[in-house]
Design a protein around this ligand. Structure first.
Ligand code: FES
Length: 168
């Protein structure tokens, strides 16, 4: 009668290898899953707005001094500064294009993707962003405020000359 004489050492090595492969495989799977979730999140946050041209935002009295009005479908925020000047800021974060949110309580724009903040004039406050929010051209026609979403200006920081005022 033939008996099998197995040494426990090869089994231990085999089990150890199996566990190492399993752990490695699970770690790789978890990494892939995290990357996939992150990609989907960033994609869902990325701006999909089409910038089509001139948007008739409203009349002057629609925007009280010190206000921020969101035009989500057109991809911008219209800011009316305390001195009455207008500024239209693009909602896309300059880092990777996520949509920034206006936070009334802190008086700042916040990017949900990597937690960068911008002040109410679009100046960046913390990394990873290293420049201000882009702006669109603003014109005032009579008592109407127009924002041209085909004219985007990339900028490093806010310049007071960017504010647009009524001629009267
Ligand atoms: S996309 Fe806004 S901070 Fe990264």
């Amino acid at each position: 009668m033939k008996t099998e004489n197995r040494s426990p050492i090869p089994q231990l090595i085999s089990r150890r290898r199996f566990l190492q492969w399993s752990i490695g495989g699970l770690a790789a799977l978890a990494t892939l899953e995290a990357a996939g979730v992150t990609f989907l999140y960033l994609q869902s946050q990325a701006a999909t707005t089409e910038f089509v041209g001139v948007v008739r935002a409203g009349v002057l009295d629609d925007f009280p001094p010190g206000s921020v009005t969101e035009f989500a479908g057109s991809g911008f925020y219209l800011i009316r500064a305390h001195d009455g000047g207008f500024l239209a800021l693009c909602r896309r974060c300059p880092h990777l294009g996520c949509i920034v949110n206006w936070e009334h309580n802190t008086n700042a724009f916040y990017c949900p993707c990597h937690a960068s903040h911008f002040d109410s004039l679009g100046n960046f406050q913390n990394p990873p962003v290293s420049r201000a929010l882009d702006r669109f051209a603003v014109e005032i026609d009579g008592d109407e405020v127009l924002v041209d979403t085909s004219r985007l200006t990339r900028r490093q920081q806010f310049d007071p000359h960017e504010l647009v005022y009524t001629s009267s």
